[in-house]
Design a protein around this ligand. Structure first.
Ligand SMILES: C[S@@+](CC[C@H](N)C(=O)[O-])C[C@H]1O[C@@H](n2cnc3c(N)ncnc32)[C@H](O)[C@@H]1O
Length: 280
């Protein structure tokens, strides 16, 4: 039952996929940065280069990978695979319904692990640690882990701030509003938040969706995607920059951090990590 509810959020998300935009999905600028950060990991093998995509994010599966790249995508949701995955037409690519916590790969076998917003969709800091350890295990010593991460500010803003920013015309999209509400209610000591609480906070702040649509110009269809969170058992995790560095440090070293220029980009940095003990 619990598992069904957790997967339910992805069933709902898969139905809304075409309505989801930046910052939840990577922009073209994010894609360019992620490819630029990945390149050093793609030049070591004379034969195949193996890339693992965490999830089925089309913007990553369909990057312009070098021609000898094999792309394998791992996602635990059959619904997301069925509605969002399609193979890369230039590279060998396939998908498996697999949990990132337990990847069906040998140690030191992959050149690059790449993902978008992966920590956020994990339920806790512990789950993030497991995925970091698993990514470090499967990466070759020359490999890299490139992740765009949704980062809570070191000092959280309040829901009142979010409400005021909205009414001052300073929030440009429904997805940016959703992430600001989610980060504002994430308890400092926990790092994670129940998606039902994001829904409840949204309902409390904006009980009249027609009014929200009128004052922002956003479509009701986009606003109603918040319904995907109603009654769901899933939790989302939003570490701060310093919490994420601490979570990662036993498994990977931070090699580089970049960010784009879109709304909320400062909360969506792209990390390039190296497995620990690989300082070259
Ligand atoms: C890559 S993440 C982020 C997507 C996007 N940035 C967003 O928030 O809308 C979303 C995907 O991760 C998958 N997912 C979440 N947790 C997972 C896990 N532990 N193992 C495998 N797939 C997982 C979900 O099924 C979903 O397809």
């Amino acid at each position: 039952m619990q598992n069904n509810l957790i997967h339910g959020v992805w069933r709902n998300h898969s139905m809304n996929w075409s309505l989801v935009g930046s910052p939840l999905r990577p922009t073209e600028e994010d894609q360019r940065i992620m490819m630029m950060l990945s390149i050093p990991a793609l030049s070591h093998s004379m034969e195949h280069t193996d890339v693992v995509v965490l999830g089925v994010t089309p913007e990553l599966v369909h990057l312009s990978w070098p021609c000898n790249t094999r792309v394998q995508a791992f996602d635990h949701s059959a619904d997301m695979i069925a509605s969002v995955w399609y193979p890369n037409s230039r590279n060998s690519s396939f998908v498996q319904q697999v949990s990132w916590q337990n990847m069906p790969l040998s140690d030191n076998s992959v050149d690059l692990v790449i993902g978008d917003g992966c920590f956020t969709v994990l339920p806790s800091a512990d789950a993030c640690r497991v995925v970091l350890a698993e990514s470090a295990r499967v990466l070759k010593r020359t490999g890299l882990l490139v992740l765009r991460c949704f980062i809570r500010p070191e000092r959280s803003e309040t829901l009142e701030n979010v409400f005021a920013a909205l009414h001052a015309g300073m929030i440009g999209s429904f997805d940016a509003l959703k992430w600001r509400v989610a980060m504002a209610i994430t308890p400092d000591e926990e790092l994670s938040v129940a998606v039902t609480d994001i829904y409840a906070a949204f309902e409390m702040l904006f009980p009249d969706r027609d009014q929200l649509a009128k004052c922002t110009g956003w479509s009701r269809t986009a606003i109603d995607t918040i319904g995907a969170y109603k009654g769901m058992a899933a939790r989302y995790t939003f570490p701060t920059m310093s919490e994420l560095r601490k979570l990662a440090s036993p498994f990977v070293d931070v090699f580089d951090i970049r960010q784009g220029h879109y709304e909320l980009a400062e909360r969506c940095p792209i990390f390039c990590f190296k497995p620990v003990d690989c300082k070259s």
